[in-house]
Design a protein around this ligand. Sequence first.
Ligand code: B4P
Length: 190
Amino acid sequence: MLNLVLFGPPGAGKGTQSQYLVEKYGLMQLSTGDMLRGEIAQGTPLGLEAKLLMAEGKLVPDAVVIGMISNKLDANKGGAGFIFDGFPRTVAQAEALDELVKSKNEAIAAMIALEVNEEELERRLLERGKASGRPDDANPEVIRRRIKEYNDKTAPVAEFYRNQNKFSSVNGIGSKEEILNSVVAIIDSL
Ligand code: B4P
């Protein structure tokens, strides 16, 4: 199996690039953001808890997202592999993911980080907010909170994969196709 972690700040293009990689490599995308929005849409107790945190730009508790990922891994055995999109977002999540894949005799092949500056992130998210209606994309203050959460809690996850010699990064500014080519070059070199 080919298991990849796609990494980067909010709006870096993780969801966008994941969709291309699903098509190219037949991988399954596991986006914790999409799963949480699904729970919110269905009005589940988990969704109700996540809704307030997400609207404020805060991370959802580790145990919640780890549980969701664990269920998805159990329910989707035997495929070509997974793209983890927006997960892990804390070092505790990264450690839990390592344990989960190890328990299935699998491993994470690589983390690929999309590098985008803060000004461009804010521009992209505000632009998406106009069409998507996502409450966390509509407000510059919430967007800045999400970026702060990323810098405080998520950025250290890169170090976790660097220590395992699994970290690569690409420039996340440019056309979506150019960025895909850089990502594909890394995957094909694994
Ligand atoms: P996510 O849904 O993961 O939101 P995101 O970081 O904004 O997604 P992404 O980075 O994939 O957006 P994309 O670039 O594709 O998380 C939302 C919230 O859920 C979090 O704030 C948190 O509260 C919660 N959450 C999720 N996972 C969690 C976890 N593991 N632990 C705790 N909490 C969690 O898209 C951005 C825009 O840029 C799009 O409009 C796209 O079209 C555009 N774009 C993409 N590439 C571009 C390019 N090259 N040039 C120009 N625009 C581009």
